[in-house]
Design a protein around this ligand. Structure first.
Ligand code: AMP
Length: 412
């Protein structure tokens, strides 16, 4: 699905293209049309899923080309639990609205209230606020919610954790009954359900967590290995296991092709699909895989995302994806329809950041299993120079390791 299929105006389509977003994320695919059709929405989605754009873009679309608010009035109110989140949401809204004639402002505590009062006195199309400062400003008489059209509660579960429930109910009592309300939360607890019941009207429920539930039935293993030995390990695993077919993911198109060549040379029927291959080549590769003629299909995230393959015994990530959600999409190709699945990730130590992000996203730590003969080289931190000893540590690199082994040989 493309952004243009979602019903957003050209200005916004240009902005997302400029930002380099090629496809709407799953939450965006579901939330944007729902918001555009003026429905209330409850969306269970974590940070990192593209949730901010999933409410900001359609709100901008709905507010554009309408009369500006009168003094002190607000048309859309986004409430966020912390200053940091409010500032981040405001930065996103500013970027997405750059080509539009809309007034947006963010108000939160810890900074002077006077400039915020001044901004509000002009009337604001989109106000992003933390609960405490919002109530303060209201009490000072500078906000009028009479013409409010849209309310967003972002990270509602965190708002409850931080004890803002009274503030939320107070704010709710000030708003027009007839409005559109969007509630975003990372978790779908009893408390969130109760809050949604009091604040939303016949909402569309979008629960991305469902994709994650499915992965519970998949055995997930991480094999630490040196980066340069990943292809060799993959070959070893394919030869030593009796998987009928394997879907392999690489981060780059070039990685996919070089892997295909290596597998073919080893006598394993393999094909790659990625954006640089013609549509015909991709279709042939996919048909070959579906018919069983091809044993290993290697794809990049973009190319492999939309493909429909039933129940694979095994998915192997040669590289970890940058976007944690892609991990779920990748491994979701195995273990479907209650069949047991296996997802293997080959992990090199330059991927620690991605690993942490994925572990946070799926809410659990991987079991690391070394494959005999392929254990990754331990890389203790080595100071570059004596004076760096307690300063910048840097992982040992290959050249240094070579130097060290030469030294060791000499000593022997
Ligand atoms: P959020 O979940 O709103 O915190 O967004 C996480 C990150 O994803 C932000 O840096 C956004 O700029 C980025 N992002 C949002 N939508 C997309 C998209 N469709 N494609 C690529 N990146 C996106």
């Amino acid at each position: 699905m493309s952004f243009s299929a979602l019903g957003l105006c050209t200005k916004l389509l240009n902005t997302v293209a400029e930002k380099g977003y090629t496809k709407p994320s799953p939450i965006q695919q579901e939330a944007i049309p729902a918001v555009l059709s003026r429905r209330d929405v409850i969306a269970i989605a974590q940070t990192g899923t593209g949730k901010t754009a999933s409410f900001s873009l359609p709100i901008l679309h709905l507010l554009e080309d309408k009369p500006h608010p009168e003094a002190n009035n607000v048309r859309a109110l986004i409430i966020a639990p912390t200053r940091e989140l409010a500032a981040q949401v405001a930065a996103n809204v500013d970027t997405y609205s750059q080509s539009m004639n809309l007034r947006t402002t963010a108000v939160f505590g810890g900074v002077r209230i006077e400039p915020q009062k001044f901004e509000l006195e002009q009337g604001v199309d989109i106000l992003i606020a933390t609960p405490g400062r919002l109530v303060d400003l209201y009490k000072q008489g500078v906000i009028n919610f009479e013409h409010l059209e849209i309310l967003v509660l972002d990270e509602a579960d965190r708002m409850l954790d931080l004890g803002f429930i009274e503030h939320i109910h107070h704010i709710q009592s000030l708003l027009p009954e007839k409005r559109q309300t969007l509630l975003f939360s990372a978790t779908f607890t009893k408390e969130i359900k109760a809050l949604a019941t009091t604040m939303l009207n016949n909402p569309v429920t979008i629960e991305l967590a469902k994709a994650q539930d499915h992965i519970e039935s998949i055995t997930q293993v991480l094999h630490p290995v040196d980066k340069e030995r990943k292809n060799a390990l993959l070959l070893h695993l394919i030869k030593n296991n009796d998987w009928s077919q394997i879907l392999v993911f690489t981060r780059t198109k070039r990685g996919a092709d070089s892997l295909r060549n290596e597998l073919e040379q080893a006598g394993i029927a393999a094909e790659s699909i990625h954006a640089n291959r013609t549509q015909q080549a991709r279709t042939q590769a996919l048909d070959g895989f579906k018919s069983g003629r091809i044993k290993v299909l290697i794809g990049t995230d973009l190319a492999a995302r939309g493909i429909d393959i039933e129940q694979l015994p095994c998915v192997i990530n040669v590289d970890l994806p940058y976007v944690p959600e892609d991990y779920i999409h990748r491994i979701g190709r195995t273990g479907r329809a209650s069949a047991k699945g296996l997802a293997i990730s080959l992990f090199s130590d330059d991927e620690s950041k991605q690993l942490r992000a994925i572990e946070r996203f799926i809410g659990r730590q991987f079991k690391k299993v070394f494959v005999p003969g392929f254990a990754s080289t331990p890389r203790p931190p080595v100071a570059k120079a004596e004076e760096d000893l307690y300063g910048n540590f840097e992982a040992d690199d290959k050249s240094k390791r070579k130097g060290k082994s030469k030294e060791r040989k000499k000593r022997r």
